[in-house]
Write a protein that binds this ligand. Structure first.
Ligand code: PHE
Length: 346
């Protein structure tokens, strides 16, 4: 036992004065074949009546050694790496500046074109109630767009009178038409860019969220010719002066008559290619004359005022303008894609 106490004291001294790095220390004292393991082996052979005291001493030694090891490690971490002389002839790391997202570039360009025609920019909420997204826009109660497959509902709800009080993510920017007309009386001439949500499977051509720009012009004597001329002007400004437009009859609950707007294919110039599916035309917007019911729902007299509305997808315009083949690129944020827009100034 006496021998053991002496050994422990001697090693305690050694530990405290150890010269070397943490790893050397660990190998010598704390590893499986280290000094401490050896001592614990010896402990087994010590007579039973002395074991308790010997064990206590050994544990003190072990704690001290472990603390010392931690200190040596901490010391090494705070030390600067081996003195390396920097190579002063290396070229500096280039500072790269960020750039605007392609969808932002398109949005800004669309706003610029319409601002020159006297349109202001308005905004509205993405979390919307049934009234502003559907009912006020003349959607019948059983319209398929109100189905779960198309719309993300936050809350399905009926009030005490049985009225629809659903809360949902807006499926189009047309909700801002209603909000605008509730706030101010015509004349109204505004565009409304924003994010919209639809319950669609994500693919190269569809996403569960995307962006639209809505346009609304209400005044005395606004006619279909104004709509056509406005969108023709937009198409030429956005895609080039040689761009043609074509209107096809269509249907939206909130416009009558309604039309789908196509532009001549930018890629094949109307000759027919994969992008336009060999028709020479690609669709860019929905539009029409605001339905009298919509005006009435906003306390605007349809006998006094008329107007047009249109809506287009910002992704779609961007894909056509920059020839992008996959919608998912816009939200994946791969810098190799985004950096390509570095030199594009809006
Ligand atoms: N809201 C329609 C859509 O999302 C587009 C549209 C807007 C059509 C305005 C006509 C008038 O498809």
């Amino acid at each position: 036992m006496k021998q053991m106490t002496e050994r422990v004291n001697q090693i305690l001294e050694e530990v405290k004065n150890f010269q070397g790095d943490a790893e050397q220390f660990r190998l010598k004292y704390l590893s499986r074949k280290g000094v401490l393991s050896e001592l614990f082996e010896e402990l087994k052979r010590i007579p039973a009546d002395q074991k308790k005291e010997a064990g206590r001493q050994l544990n003190i030694l072990k704690q001290t050694a472990e603390q010392h090891y931690e200190q040596l490690k901490a010391l090494a971490e705070n030390q600067p790496a081996a003195t390396e002389i920097p190579d002063l002839t290396l070229p500096p790391v280039r500072h790269t500046t960020g750039n605007l997202h392609p969808l932002t570039l398109t949005r800004l360009r669309i706003i610029e074109i319409f601002e020159r025609l006297g349109f202001s920019v308005a905004d509205g909420p993405e979390i919307e109630d049934d009234w502003h997204n559907f009912t006020a826009l003349n959607f019948p109660e059983n319209h398929p767009a109100r189905e779960m497959q198309d719309t993300f509902f936050i809350k399905k709800n009926r009030d005490a009178q049985g009225r629809n009080r659903d809360v949902l993510l807006r499926t189009h920017t047309s909700n801002v038409q209603i909000r605008l007309l509730e706030q101010r009386k015509p004349p109204v001439r505004a565009i409304m860019p924003g994010r919209v949500y639809r319950n669609e499977a994500i693919s190269a051509r569809a996403h569960c969220f995307f962006h639209q720009v809505e346009g609304l012009y209400i005044d005395y004597n606004v006619g279909f010719a104004d709509l056509k001329q406005t969108l023709y002007h937009f198409a030429k400004e956005m895609f080039g002066q040689e761009t043609q437009i074509r209107l096809r009859p269509s249907f939206f609950p909130f416009t009558e008559p309604s039309a789908e707007i196509d532009i001549s294919c930018l890629i094949c110039k109307g000759k027919g290619c994969a992008v336009c599916k060999h028709t020479g035309w690609v669709e860019i917007a929905g539009a029409g004359m605001v339905h009298p019911n919509v005006l009435r729902n906003c306390d605007v007299d349809p006998e006094e005022f008329t107007g047009f509305a249109f809506g287009m997808g910002i992704e779609r315009v961007t894909m056509l303008k920059y020839r992008i083949g996959d919608l998912r690129l816009f939200s994946e944020n791969d810098v190799r894609f985004l950096r390509q827009f570095h030199t594009v100034i809006s």
